[in-house]
Design a protein around this ligand. Structure first.
Ligand code: HEC
Length: 230
């Protein structure tokens, strides 16, 4: 896909919702919108020569951000405004800010509420888990690297069964649901360290996953319901 066609895609993501709504609210003045754009600082990688895949993913992220602005503000910019906005975005967008805005965070209760609204796709979850599809920011997650080796981490196989038949029977998890345990294990791995394992699981996933990606991972892990051989 060429850069030009990607930018055209961005135009559509901007214009369509803008046309559908027209009740502008506070925080939607041109000054405020300009301010919001300028807070996206300097680091968004959009250099197709260096990493085309990452630049493409980042452009989509930017489009999604503008789309939500358009929805919130009923804002339908004209062509000249769109050009200015894109030029600015290409100069000022901060990948860090975009990622924080889109990631699930660390509040398991909040995440569980959001997760109820999202359909998880186990196949995409498998790609994420195996590092074949990047997480937010463009880097792979590396789950399989640890969880395919029983000496390092509990095996991926039988995760569903192990949680239900072993973990949730422990007194401290008496009130937990299956999903609560799973989400907590992923975004707050240090809250409970599985016996016989070291506390090596990274604590960054709450900042690296969208709610959709987390739903996909959960769907994939929930499909791992083999019998336990412990
Ligand atoms: C550096 C190695 C490492 C990576 C990478 C890693 N984990 Fe883990 N994970 C562990 C270890 C070790 C444990 C057991 C100790 C603990 O509870 O933290 C664990 C525990 C878990 C558990 C609980 C399993 C159980 O039987 O109770 C789940 C679920 C899990 N990880 C999912 C993931 C997912 C999803 C990813 C990727 C987003 C991931 N892990 C990445 C090492 C890792």
């Amino acid at each position: 896909m060429t850069r030009r066609s990607i930018i055209l895609l961005l135009f559509w993501s901007l214009l369509l919702p803008g046309l559908a709504q027209d009740d502008a609210s506070e925080g939607c003045s041109p000054d405020e919108l300009t301010r919001q754009q300028e807070t996206f600082a300097l680091y968004l990688t959009l250099d197709f020569a260096v990493d085309a895949e990452l630049a493409l993913a980042n452009l989509y992220r930017l489009g999604a951000l503008y789309q939500s602005m358009a929805l919130d503000c009923g804002y339908a910019p004209n062509q000249a405004e769109v050009n200015v906005m894109l030029e600015r975005a290409l100069m000022f967008a901060s990948l860090d800010d975009l990622i924080v805005a889109q990631s699930v965070g660390l509040d398991v209760d909040d995440i569980l509420v959001e997760l109820d609204e999202v359909y998880g796709d186990p196949l995409t979850g498998q790609l994420l888990y195996n590092g074949l599809e990047p997480a937010l920011g463009g880097s792979p997650l590396g789950c399989a690297g640890c969880h395919e080796n029983e000496a390092i981490a509990p095996l991926t196989a039988a995760t569903w069964t192990r949680i239900n038949d072993v973990r949730l029977r422990l007194p401290q998890f008496a009130e937990y649901t299956h999903r609560q345990f799973l989400v907590e294990s992923i975004v707050r791995p240090m809250d409970y360290i599985t016996p016989d394992y070291a506390a090596v699981m990274p604590e960054m996933y709450g900042g690296q996953l969208t709610i959709q990606q987390l739903a996909d991972l959960v769907a994939f892990l929930d499909s791992q319901d083999q019998l336990l051989n412990e």
